[in-house]
Design a protein around this ligand. Structure first.
Ligand code: AMP
Ligand code: DBH
Length: 547
Protein backbone atom coordinates (compact mmCIF):
# COMPACT_ATOMS: atom_id res chain seq x y z
CA UNK A 1 0.00 0.00 0.00
CA UNK A 2 1.54 3.29 -1.07
CA UNK A 3 1.35 5.87 1.68
CA UNK A 4 0.33 9.30 0.34
CA UNK A 5 3.01 11.84 1.19
CA UNK A 6 5.85 9.32 0.88
CA UNK A 7 8.65 9.94 -1.65
CA UNK A 8 9.89 6.55 -2.90
CA UNK A 9 13.34 5.86 -4.32
CA UNK A 10 13.47 6.14 -8.12
CA UNK A 11 12.51 2.81 -9.68
CA UNK A 12 16.00 2.08 -11.07
CA UNK A 13 17.57 2.67 -7.64
CA UNK A 14 14.98 0.45 -5.96
CA UNK A 15 15.76 -2.28 -8.49
CA UNK A 16 19.49 -1.84 -7.86
CA UNK A 17 19.09 -2.09 -4.07
CA UNK A 18 17.00 -5.23 -4.50
CA UNK A 19 19.42 -6.83 -6.96
CA UNK A 20 22.42 -6.13 -4.76
CA UNK A 21 20.59 -7.76 -1.84
CA UNK A 22 20.46 -4.62 0.28
CA UNK A 23 16.70 -4.86 0.32
CA UNK A 24 15.80 -8.39 1.29
CA UNK A 25 12.02 -8.26 0.97
CA UNK A 26 11.44 -9.23 4.60
CA UNK A 27 9.06 -7.23 6.83
CA UNK A 28 9.42 -6.73 10.58
CA UNK A 29 6.47 -8.99 11.26
CA UNK A 30 8.21 -11.75 9.31
CA UNK A 31 11.56 -11.12 11.02
CA UNK A 32 10.05 -11.73 14.45
CA UNK A 33 8.31 -14.89 13.22
CA UNK A 34 11.58 -16.19 11.78
CA UNK A 35 13.48 -15.50 15.01
CA UNK A 36 10.72 -17.15 17.06
CA UNK A 37 11.06 -20.24 14.90
CA UNK A 38 14.84 -20.48 15.13
CA UNK A 39 15.44 -19.05 18.65
CA UNK A 40 12.04 -19.64 20.27
CA UNK A 41 13.25 -20.51 23.76
CA UNK A 42 15.86 -17.76 24.02
CA UNK A 43 15.16 -14.67 26.07
CA UNK A 44 14.51 -11.58 23.94
CA UNK A 45 13.55 -8.93 26.50
CA UNK A 46 14.49 -8.51 30.16
CA UNK A 47 12.55 -5.79 31.98
CA UNK A 48 12.77 -5.77 35.76
CA UNK A 49 11.60 -9.19 36.95
CA UNK A 50 10.05 -9.93 33.58
CA UNK A 51 11.87 -12.11 31.04
CA UNK A 52 10.20 -13.16 27.82
CA UNK A 53 11.35 -15.46 25.06
CA UNK A 54 11.21 -14.92 21.30
CA UNK A 55 8.36 -17.46 21.11
CA UNK A 56 6.39 -15.70 23.84
CA UNK A 57 6.89 -12.30 22.25
CA UNK A 58 5.80 -13.66 18.89
CA UNK A 59 2.62 -15.11 20.41
CA UNK A 60 1.78 -11.97 22.39
CA UNK A 61 2.31 -9.94 19.22
CA UNK A 62 -0.14 -12.15 17.32
CA UNK A 63 -2.74 -11.78 20.04
CA UNK A 64 -2.31 -8.03 20.26
CA UNK A 65 -2.40 -7.68 16.48
CA UNK A 66 -5.70 -9.58 16.56
CA UNK A 67 -7.10 -7.24 19.22
CA UNK A 68 -5.98 -4.13 17.37
CA UNK A 69 -7.45 -5.50 14.15
CA UNK A 70 -10.76 -6.16 15.91
CA UNK A 71 -10.70 -2.60 17.24
CA UNK A 72 -10.61 -1.46 13.62
CA UNK A 73 -6.98 -0.52 13.26
CA UNK A 74 -6.06 -1.38 9.70
CA UNK A 75 -3.17 -1.45 7.27
CA UNK A 76 -1.86 2.04 6.58
CA UNK A 77 -3.39 3.58 9.76
CA UNK A 78 -1.07 5.74 11.82
CA UNK A 79 -0.77 5.13 15.57
CA UNK A 80 1.21 7.36 17.91
CA UNK A 81 3.35 5.24 20.20
CA UNK A 82 4.70 7.14 23.19
CA UNK A 83 6.03 4.42 25.46
CA UNK A 84 9.05 4.26 27.76
CA UNK A 85 11.48 1.34 27.92
CA UNK A 86 8.98 -1.40 28.78
CA UNK A 87 8.17 -4.76 27.19
CA UNK A 88 4.85 -3.43 25.90
CA UNK A 89 6.80 -1.22 23.48
CA UNK A 90 7.91 -4.29 21.53
CA UNK A 91 4.53 -5.98 21.62
CA UNK A 92 2.84 -2.82 20.38
CA UNK A 93 5.20 -1.97 17.55
CA UNK A 94 5.48 -5.53 16.22
CA UNK A 95 1.69 -5.95 16.41
CA UNK A 96 1.31 -2.75 14.37
CA UNK A 97 3.98 -3.94 11.91
CA UNK A 98 2.12 -7.22 11.49
CA UNK A 99 -1.14 -5.56 10.54
CA UNK A 100 0.65 -2.98 8.43
CA UNK A 101 -0.34 -0.05 10.67
CA UNK A 102 2.35 2.59 11.15
CA UNK A 103 3.78 3.51 14.55
CA UNK A 104 4.56 7.22 14.84
CA UNK A 105 7.45 7.23 17.30
CA UNK A 106 6.94 9.92 19.91
CA UNK A 107 9.48 10.31 22.73
CA UNK A 108 8.49 10.14 26.41
CA UNK A 109 9.52 13.80 26.85
CA UNK A 110 7.13 15.08 24.20
CA UNK A 111 4.21 17.09 25.46
CA UNK A 112 0.97 18.59 24.16
CA UNK A 113 2.46 20.69 21.35
CA UNK A 114 4.48 17.88 19.84
CA UNK A 115 1.89 15.13 20.21
CA UNK A 116 -1.02 17.22 18.87
CA UNK A 117 1.09 18.06 15.85
CA UNK A 118 2.03 14.41 15.24
CA UNK A 119 -1.62 13.38 15.63
CA UNK A 120 -2.98 15.95 13.22
CA UNK A 121 -0.17 15.87 10.69
CA UNK A 122 -0.13 12.08 10.48
CA UNK A 123 -3.94 11.83 10.89
CA UNK A 124 -3.38 9.22 13.57
CA UNK A 125 -6.33 7.09 14.64
CA UNK A 126 -4.88 5.91 17.96
CA UNK A 127 -2.47 7.01 20.68
CA UNK A 128 -0.70 4.52 22.96
CA UNK A 129 0.72 5.71 26.28
CA UNK A 130 1.91 4.49 29.67
CA UNK A 131 -0.17 5.43 32.73
CA UNK A 132 2.36 7.24 34.89
CA UNK A 133 6.03 7.30 34.04
CA UNK A 134 8.79 9.28 35.73
CA UNK A 135 6.14 11.00 37.83
CA UNK A 136 4.15 12.23 34.83
CA UNK A 137 0.57 11.18 34.10
CA UNK A 138 0.24 10.54 30.36
CA UNK A 139 -3.54 10.13 30.67
CA UNK A 140 -3.79 13.84 31.46
CA UNK A 141 -1.70 14.57 28.39
CA UNK A 142 -3.98 12.30 26.33
CA UNK A 143 -7.04 14.29 27.41
CA UNK A 144 -5.41 17.50 26.22
CA UNK A 145 -4.31 15.90 22.97
CA UNK A 146 -7.74 14.42 22.28
CA UNK A 147 -9.37 17.82 22.66
CA UNK A 148 -7.21 19.18 19.84
CA UNK A 149 -6.88 16.13 17.60
CA UNK A 150 -10.38 15.22 16.45
CA UNK A 151 -9.19 12.34 14.27
CA UNK A 152 -7.88 10.39 17.25
CA UNK A 153 -10.37 7.59 17.94
CA UNK A 154 -8.59 5.54 20.59
CA UNK A 155 -6.34 6.19 23.54
CA UNK A 156 -4.78 2.96 24.75
CA UNK A 157 -2.92 2.75 28.07
CA UNK A 158 -0.19 0.30 29.01
CA UNK A 159 -1.06 0.12 32.72
CA UNK A 160 -3.99 1.62 34.66
CA UNK A 161 -6.30 2.91 31.92
CA UNK A 162 -8.26 5.57 33.83
CA UNK A 163 -10.88 6.89 31.37
CA UNK A 164 -9.32 5.02 28.46
CA UNK A 165 -8.81 1.53 27.12
CA UNK A 166 -6.36 -0.90 28.73
CA UNK A 167 -3.74 -2.30 26.38
CA UNK A 168 -3.86 -5.56 28.34
CA UNK A 169 -7.49 -6.11 27.31
CA UNK A 170 -6.60 -6.04 23.65
CA UNK A 171 -4.66 -9.31 23.75
CA UNK A 172 -7.32 -11.40 22.06
CA UNK A 173 -7.43 -14.96 20.79
CA UNK A 174 -5.36 -14.95 17.63
CA UNK A 175 -7.48 -14.55 14.56
CA UNK A 176 -6.58 -14.81 10.90
CA UNK A 177 -5.21 -11.40 9.99
CA UNK A 178 -5.47 -9.80 6.57
CA UNK A 179 -2.35 -10.23 4.46
CA UNK A 180 0.54 -8.24 5.95
CA UNK A 181 2.35 -5.30 4.38
CA UNK A 182 4.95 -5.48 1.63
CA UNK A 183 8.59 -4.89 2.50
CA UNK A 184 8.54 -1.89 0.16
CA UNK A 185 5.77 -0.29 2.25
CA UNK A 186 6.41 2.41 4.81
CA UNK A 187 6.74 0.63 8.18
CA UNK A 188 6.61 3.65 10.51
CA UNK A 189 7.16 7.36 10.86
CA UNK A 190 10.31 8.34 12.74
CA UNK A 191 10.95 11.87 14.02
CA UNK A 192 13.47 14.44 12.97
CA UNK A 193 15.07 16.94 15.31
CA UNK A 194 14.40 19.36 12.49
CA UNK A 195 15.40 22.92 11.94
CA UNK A 196 12.12 24.46 10.86
CA UNK A 197 9.02 25.74 12.61
CA UNK A 198 7.30 22.38 12.66
CA UNK A 199 8.81 18.96 13.43
CA UNK A 200 9.25 16.62 10.48
CA UNK A 201 8.10 13.03 10.14
CA UNK A 202 10.36 10.50 8.45
CA UNK A 203 8.84 7.60 6.52
CA UNK A 204 10.99 4.46 6.71
CA UNK A 205 10.18 1.29 4.79
CA UNK A 206 10.62 -2.28 6.04
CA UNK A 207 13.19 -2.82 3.28
CA UNK A 208 15.35 0.19 3.98
CA UNK A 209 15.24 -0.03 7.78
CA UNK A 210 15.87 -3.77 7.79
CA UNK A 211 18.97 -3.12 5.72
CA UNK A 212 20.17 -0.49 8.20
CA UNK A 213 19.82 -3.13 10.94
CA UNK A 214 21.73 -5.71 8.93
CA UNK A 215 24.58 -3.32 8.19
CA UNK A 216 24.66 -2.11 11.82
CA UNK A 217 24.70 -5.66 13.16
CA UNK A 218 27.63 -6.48 10.85
CA UNK A 219 29.68 -3.43 11.81
CA UNK A 220 28.92 -3.73 15.54
CA UNK A 221 29.53 -7.50 15.43
CA UNK A 222 26.28 -8.42 17.16
CA UNK A 223 25.27 -12.07 17.37
CA UNK A 224 23.11 -14.41 19.45
CA UNK A 225 25.42 -13.94 22.42
CA UNK A 226 24.97 -10.16 22.41
CA UNK A 227 23.16 -8.53 25.31
CA UNK A 228 22.15 -4.94 24.56
CA UNK A 229 21.29 -2.58 27.38
CA UNK A 230 18.77 0.10 26.34
CA UNK A 231 19.14 3.17 28.54
CA UNK A 232 18.14 5.85 26.01
CA UNK A 233 14.42 5.91 25.11
CA UNK A 234 14.01 3.04 22.66
CA UNK A 235 11.73 4.92 20.27
CA UNK A 236 14.65 7.16 19.31
CA UNK A 237 16.31 6.13 16.08
CA UNK A 238 19.72 5.56 17.68
CA UNK A 239 18.79 3.02 20.40
CA UNK A 240 16.11 1.64 18.07
CA UNK A 241 18.36 0.81 15.15
CA UNK A 242 22.07 1.57 15.49
CA UNK A 243 22.06 -1.42 16.06
CA UNK A 244 19.86 -0.83 19.08
CA UNK A 245 16.97 -2.97 20.16
CA UNK A 246 15.76 -3.90 16.68
CA UNK A 247 19.31 -4.77 15.59
CA UNK A 248 19.54 -7.02 18.65
CA UNK A 249 16.39 -8.84 17.56
CA UNK A 250 17.79 -9.07 14.03
CA UNK A 251 20.92 -10.73 15.48
CA UNK A 252 18.94 -13.06 17.76
CA UNK A 253 20.41 -11.46 20.89
CA UNK A 254 18.91 -10.24 24.14
CA UNK A 255 17.60 -6.79 25.12
CA UNK A 256 17.84 -5.53 28.70
CA UNK A 257 15.63 -2.51 29.40
CA UNK A 258 16.61 0.26 31.78
CA UNK A 259 14.13 2.98 32.74
CA UNK A 260 16.91 5.52 33.21
CA UNK A 261 20.53 6.18 32.32
CA UNK A 262 21.67 6.63 35.90
CA UNK A 263 24.82 4.67 36.77
CA UNK A 264 23.01 3.26 39.82
CA UNK A 265 20.45 1.47 37.71
CA UNK A 266 22.54 0.81 34.60
CA UNK A 267 25.72 -0.47 36.28
CA UNK A 268 23.71 -2.95 38.36
CA UNK A 269 21.94 -4.19 35.22
CA UNK A 270 25.23 -4.55 33.35
CA UNK A 271 26.63 -6.70 36.15
CA UNK A 272 23.51 -8.80 36.76
CA UNK A 273 22.62 -9.39 33.14
CA UNK A 274 26.16 -9.57 31.74
CA UNK A 275 25.47 -6.83 29.23
CA UNK A 276 27.89 -6.76 26.28
CA UNK A 277 26.96 -3.48 24.54
CA UNK A 278 25.11 -0.27 25.29
CA UNK A 279 24.56 3.16 23.72
CA UNK A 280 24.82 6.60 25.30
CA UNK A 281 24.77 10.27 24.38
CA UNK A 282 27.89 12.27 25.36
CA UNK A 283 26.54 13.90 28.58
CA UNK A 284 25.55 10.49 29.93
CA UNK A 285 28.92 9.06 28.94
CA UNK A 286 30.57 11.77 31.07
CA UNK A 287 28.38 10.83 34.05
CA UNK A 288 29.28 7.15 33.62
CA UNK A 289 32.99 7.93 33.37
CA UNK A 290 32.88 9.93 36.60
CA UNK A 291 30.77 7.37 38.41
CA UNK A 292 32.95 4.47 37.29
CA UNK A 293 36.22 6.13 38.27
CA UNK A 294 34.97 7.19 41.70
CA UNK A 295 33.35 3.84 42.50
CA UNK A 296 36.01 1.71 40.86
CA UNK A 297 33.32 -0.57 39.44
CA UNK A 298 34.26 -3.25 36.96
CA UNK A 299 31.89 -3.68 34.08
CA UNK A 300 33.58 -6.91 33.04
CA UNK A 301 31.02 -8.14 30.54
CA UNK A 302 30.77 -4.82 28.67
CA UNK A 303 32.65 -5.03 25.39
CA UNK A 304 31.40 -1.97 23.51
CA UNK A 305 30.24 1.46 24.64
CA UNK A 306 28.62 3.40 21.84
CA UNK A 307 28.49 7.17 22.09
CA UNK A 308 26.60 9.32 19.59
CA UNK A 309 23.79 11.77 18.94
CA UNK A 310 26.10 14.72 19.56
CA UNK A 311 29.84 15.17 19.27
CA UNK A 312 31.94 13.47 21.91
CA UNK A 313 35.05 15.42 22.91
CA UNK A 314 38.34 13.65 22.24
CA UNK A 315 39.39 13.98 25.89
CA UNK A 316 36.35 12.13 27.16
CA UNK A 317 36.67 9.63 24.31
CA UNK A 318 40.21 8.80 25.41
CA UNK A 319 39.06 7.95 28.94
CA UNK A 320 36.51 5.31 27.95
CA UNK A 321 38.84 2.34 27.59
CA UNK A 322 41.01 2.90 30.68
CA UNK A 323 38.05 3.77 32.93
CA UNK A 324 35.31 1.44 31.71
CA UNK A 325 37.51 -1.28 30.28
CA UNK A 326 35.59 -1.56 27.01
CA UNK A 327 35.95 -0.44 23.42
CA UNK A 328 34.47 2.94 22.48
CA UNK A 329 32.45 3.19 19.29
CA UNK A 330 31.49 6.63 18.02
CA UNK A 331 28.14 6.77 16.23
CA UNK A 332 27.13 9.66 14.01
CA UNK A 333 23.68 9.02 12.65
CA UNK A 334 20.36 10.57 11.82
CA UNK A 335 16.77 9.39 11.72
CA UNK A 336 16.75 10.35 8.03
CA UNK A 337 19.18 7.53 7.31
CA UNK A 338 22.98 7.70 7.05
CA UNK A 339 24.76 6.13 10.02
CA UNK A 340 28.52 6.27 10.54
CA UNK A 341 30.47 4.14 12.99
CA UNK A 342 34.07 3.82 14.04
CA UNK A 343 34.96 0.14 13.61
CA UNK A 344 35.72 -2.00 16.64
CA UNK A 345 39.24 -2.79 15.40
CA UNK A 346 40.11 0.75 14.28
CA UNK A 347 43.28 2.31 15.69
CA UNK A 348 42.80 4.33 18.89
CA UNK A 349 43.35 7.67 17.12
CA UNK A 350 40.51 7.04 14.67
CA UNK A 351 38.15 5.92 17.43
CA UNK A 352 38.93 8.94 19.57
CA UNK A 353 39.23 11.64 16.93
CA UNK A 354 36.56 10.81 14.32
CA UNK A 355 32.82 10.19 14.16
CA UNK A 356 33.28 7.08 12.06
CA UNK A 357 32.61 6.22 8.44
CA UNK A 358 29.42 5.22 6.62
CA UNK A 359 28.30 1.75 7.61
CA UNK A 360 27.54 0.55 4.09
CA UNK A 361 29.53 0.45 0.87
CA UNK A 362 26.30 1.56 -0.81
CA UNK A 363 26.23 4.83 1.14
CA UNK A 364 27.19 7.79 -1.04
CA UNK A 365 28.43 10.90 0.73
CA UNK A 366 29.69 14.24 -0.53
CA UNK A 367 31.18 17.28 1.15
CA UNK A 368 30.16 20.43 -0.73
CA UNK A 369 30.46 24.21 -0.52
CA UNK A 370 27.55 26.67 -0.46
CA UNK A 371 27.14 26.24 -4.24
CA UNK A 372 26.95 22.44 -3.99
CA UNK A 373 30.43 22.01 -5.51
CA UNK A 374 32.56 19.32 -3.90
CA UNK A 375 35.29 20.81 -1.73
CA UNK A 376 38.99 19.95 -1.92
CA UNK A 377 39.75 16.64 -0.17
CA UNK A 378 40.08 17.17 3.58
CA UNK A 379 38.29 20.52 3.61
CA UNK A 380 35.15 21.08 5.67
CA UNK A 381 31.79 21.59 3.99
CA UNK A 382 28.15 20.55 3.95
CA UNK A 383 27.61 16.82 4.28
CA UNK A 384 25.20 15.29 1.72
CA UNK A 385 24.07 11.66 1.80
CA UNK A 386 22.24 9.20 -0.40
CA UNK A 387 21.86 5.44 -0.23
CA UNK A 388 19.75 2.34 0.40
CA UNK A 389 18.47 3.52 3.80
CA UNK A 390 18.54 7.32 3.47
CA UNK A 391 15.12 8.83 2.78
CA UNK A 392 14.26 10.73 -0.39
CA UNK A 393 11.75 13.01 1.30
CA UNK A 394 10.02 13.84 4.59
CA UNK A 395 6.40 12.82 5.05
CA UNK A 396 3.97 15.34 3.51
CA UNK A 397 6.48 18.18 3.31
CA UNK A 398 6.83 19.06 -0.36
CA UNK A 399 8.09 22.57 0.07
CA UNK A 400 10.60 21.64 2.72
CA UNK A 401 11.74 18.64 0.66
CA UNK A 402 12.72 20.90 -2.22
CA UNK A 403 15.23 22.52 0.15
CA UNK A 404 16.35 19.44 2.09
CA UNK A 405 17.25 17.28 -0.91
CA UNK A 406 19.32 17.94 -4.01
CA UNK A 407 17.74 17.38 -7.41
CA UNK A 408 19.62 14.08 -7.64
CA UNK A 409 18.25 12.85 -4.32
CA UNK A 410 21.01 13.58 -1.81
CA UNK A 411 19.78 14.47 1.67
CA UNK A 412 21.23 17.74 2.97
CA UNK A 413 22.18 16.70 6.50
CA UNK A 414 22.80 20.29 7.62
CA UNK A 415 26.01 19.08 9.26
CA UNK A 416 29.42 20.53 8.49
CA UNK A 417 32.06 17.84 8.25
CA UNK A 418 35.37 16.92 6.70
CA UNK A 419 36.75 13.63 5.49
CA UNK A 420 40.07 12.16 6.62
CA UNK A 421 42.26 10.52 3.96
CA UNK A 422 40.97 7.17 5.25
CA UNK A 423 37.36 8.16 4.57
CA UNK A 424 36.34 8.89 8.16
CA UNK A 425 34.11 11.86 9.01
CA UNK A 426 34.91 14.54 11.52
CA UNK A 427 31.89 16.67 12.44
CA UNK A 428 32.95 20.31 12.47
CA UNK A 429 29.66 21.98 13.23
CA UNK A 430 26.25 22.63 11.79
CA UNK A 431 24.73 24.85 9.15
CA UNK A 432 21.14 24.03 10.14
CA UNK A 433 19.35 26.28 12.59
CA UNK A 434 19.28 23.77 15.39
CA UNK A 435 20.63 23.39 18.90
CA UNK A 436 21.97 19.97 19.89
CA UNK A 437 21.40 19.80 23.62
CA UNK A 438 23.45 16.70 24.43
CA UNK A 439 21.66 14.68 21.75
CA UNK A 440 18.23 16.30 22.16
CA UNK A 441 17.72 18.38 19.03
CA UNK A 442 15.91 21.71 19.24
CA UNK A 443 14.77 23.50 16.08
CA UNK A 444 15.33 27.21 16.72
CA UNK A 445 12.42 28.31 14.55
CA UNK A 446 9.93 26.10 16.37
CA UNK A 447 10.78 27.65 19.74
CA UNK A 448 10.92 31.17 18.26
CA UNK A 449 7.38 30.74 16.95
CA UNK A 450 6.17 29.87 20.42
CA UNK A 451 8.00 32.83 21.90
CA UNK A 452 6.38 35.15 19.37
CA UNK A 453 2.97 34.05 20.62
CA UNK A 454 3.72 35.88 23.89
CA UNK A 455 2.03 39.31 23.84
CA UNK A 456 5.05 40.98 25.45
CA UNK A 457 7.53 39.69 22.87
CA UNK A 458 8.21 41.57 19.66
CA UNK A 459 10.96 39.34 18.23
CA UNK A 460 12.97 36.31 19.32
CA UNK A 461 16.09 34.45 18.19
CA UNK A 462 17.23 31.18 19.70
CA UNK A 463 20.92 30.26 19.51
CA UNK A 464 23.26 27.74 21.09
CA UNK A 465 25.72 28.59 23.82
CA UNK A 466 28.64 26.35 24.74
CA UNK A 467 28.12 24.11 27.75
CA UNK A 468 30.66 21.91 29.44
CA UNK A 469 28.22 19.14 30.21
CA UNK A 470 25.61 19.13 27.41
CA UNK A 471 27.94 20.47 24.71
CA UNK A 472 25.36 23.14 23.96
CA UNK A 473 22.46 24.79 25.71
CA UNK A 474 19.96 27.26 24.27
CA UNK A 475 19.78 31.00 24.74
CA UNK A 476 16.80 33.06 23.59
CA UNK A 477 17.51 36.67 22.67
CA UNK A 478 14.31 38.65 23.03
CA UNK A 479 13.17 42.08 21.91
CA UNK A 480 10.18 43.16 24.00
CA UNK A 481 7.14 44.82 22.43
CA UNK A 482 7.92 48.47 21.72
CA UNK A 483 7.40 50.66 24.71
CA UNK A 484 8.17 47.78 27.01
CA UNK A 485 11.94 47.58 26.79
CA UNK A 486 13.51 49.77 29.40
CA UNK A 487 10.11 50.17 30.98
CA UNK A 488 9.22 49.20 34.50
CA UNK A 489 9.91 45.61 35.39
CA UNK A 490 6.26 44.69 35.79
CA UNK A 491 5.51 45.36 32.12
CA UNK A 492 8.51 43.60 30.69
CA UNK A 493 7.93 39.85 30.89
CA UNK A 494 10.54 38.23 33.12
CA UNK A 495 12.68 35.30 32.03
CA UNK A 496 10.83 33.13 34.49
CA UNK A 497 7.44 34.14 33.11
CA UNK A 498 8.56 33.42 29.59
CA UNK A 499 9.75 29.94 30.50
CA UNK A 500 6.50 29.28 32.36
CA UNK A 501 4.58 30.54 29.32
CA UNK A 502 6.35 28.01 27.07
CA UNK A 503 5.82 25.21 29.57
CA UNK A 504 2.11 26.02 29.79
CA UNK A 505 1.87 25.87 26.02
CA UNK A 506 2.93 22.25 26.39
CA UNK A 507 6.39 22.26 24.86
CA UNK A 508 8.85 19.46 25.68
CA UNK A 509 11.07 20.59 28.57
CA UNK A 510 14.33 20.27 26.61
CA UNK A 511 13.04 22.96 24.21
CA UNK A 512 12.55 25.58 26.94
CA UNK A 513 15.43 28.10 26.58
CA UNK A 514 18.11 27.61 29.21
CA UNK A 515 18.81 31.32 29.26
CA UNK A 516 16.95 34.46 28.19
CA UNK A 517 18.62 37.72 27.22
CA UNK A 518 16.68 40.92 26.58
CA UNK A 519 18.04 43.18 23.85
CA UNK A 520 16.87 46.27 21.98
CA UNK A 521 17.78 44.96 18.54
CA UNK A 522 19.45 42.02 16.81
CA UNK A 523 22.78 42.24 15.01
CA UNK A 524 22.26 41.85 11.28
CA UNK A 525 24.07 40.18 8.41
CA UNK A 526 25.01 42.03 5.23
CA UNK A 527 21.58 41.42 3.73
CA UNK A 528 19.69 42.40 6.83
CA UNK A 529 18.95 38.95 8.30
CA UNK A 530 19.37 38.29 12.01
CA UNK A 531 22.98 37.28 12.50
CA UNK A 532 22.78 34.22 14.71
CA UNK A 533 26.53 33.91 14.40
CA UNK A 534 26.96 37.30 16.09
CA UNK A 535 24.41 36.35 18.77
CA UNK A 536 26.23 33.08 19.43
CA UNK A 537 29.50 34.96 19.76
CA UNK A 538 27.90 37.51 22.08
CA UNK A 539 26.54 34.92 24.49
CA UNK A 540 29.72 32.82 24.40
CA UNK A 541 31.71 36.00 25.15
CA UNK A 542 29.42 36.90 28.06
CA UNK A 543 29.81 33.39 29.46
CA UNK A 544 33.60 33.39 29.31
CA UNK A 545 33.67 36.87 30.85
CA UNK A 546 31.79 35.47 33.85
CA UNK A 547 34.24 32.61 34.36
P1 AMP B 1 18.08 13.80 13.77
O1 AMP B 1 18.05 14.35 12.37
O2 AMP B 1 17.14 14.46 14.71
O3 AMP B 1 17.96 12.33 13.80
O4 AMP B 1 19.50 14.17 14.39
C1 AMP B 1 20.64 13.82 13.68
C2 AMP B 1 21.68 14.85 13.88
O5 AMP B 1 22.33 14.66 15.15
C3 AMP B 1 22.82 14.79 12.90
O6 AMP B 1 22.49 15.37 11.66
C4 AMP B 1 23.89 15.54 13.65
O7 AMP B 1 23.67 16.93 13.59
C5 AMP B 1 23.67 15.11 15.09
N1 AMP B 1 24.56 13.99 15.48
C6 AMP B 1 24.24 12.70 15.63
N2 AMP B 1 25.32 11.97 16.01
C7 AMP B 1 26.36 12.83 16.12
C8 AMP B 1 27.74 12.69 16.46
N3 AMP B 1 28.28 11.51 16.82
N4 AMP B 1 28.52 13.80 16.43
C9 AMP B 1 28.00 15.00 16.08
N5 AMP B 1 26.70 15.20 15.75
C10 AMP B 1 25.88 14.13 15.77
O1 DBH C 1 21.21 11.66 16.66
C1 DBH C 1 20.64 10.79 15.98
O2 DBH C 1 19.55 10.96 15.46
C2 DBH C 1 21.34 9.46 15.81
C3 DBH C 1 22.58 9.24 16.39
C4 DBH C 1 23.21 8.01 16.23
C5 DBH C 1 20.74 8.46 15.06
O3 DBH C 1 19.53 8.66 14.48
C6 DBH C 1 21.37 7.21 14.90
C7 DBH C 1 22.62 7.00 15.49
O4 DBH C 1 20.78 6.25 14.16
Amino acid sequence: MRLPGFTPWPEEMARYYRETGCWSGETFGQLLRRQAQSHGEQIVVVSGEQRITYAQLDQRVDRLASGLHRLGIAAGDRVIVQLPNITAFFEVVFALFRIGALPVFSLPLHRRQEVIYFANHSEAVAYIIPDIEAGYDYRTLAAEVKAEAPGLQHVIVAGEPGDYMALEELYADSVELPEGPLASDVAFLQLSGGSTGLPKLIPRTHDDYMYSLKASVDVCELDEQSIYLAVLPVAHNYPLSSPGVLGTIYAGGRIVLSRSGSPDEAFALIEQEKVTITALVPPLALVWLDAASSRQVKLDSLQVLQVGGAKLGAEAARRVKPVLGCQLQQVFGMAEGLVNYTRLDDPEEIIVETQGKPMSVYDEIKIVDDEDNEVQPGMAGHLLARGPYTIRGYYKAEEHNARSFTSDGFYRTGDLARLTPGGYLIVEGRAKDQINRGGDKVAAEEVENHLLAHPGIFDAALVSMPDEYLGERSCAFIIAQSGMAGNTADVLPSAMEIKAFLRERGLAAYKIPDRIEFVDSFPQTGVGKVSKKALRERIAGQQSAVR
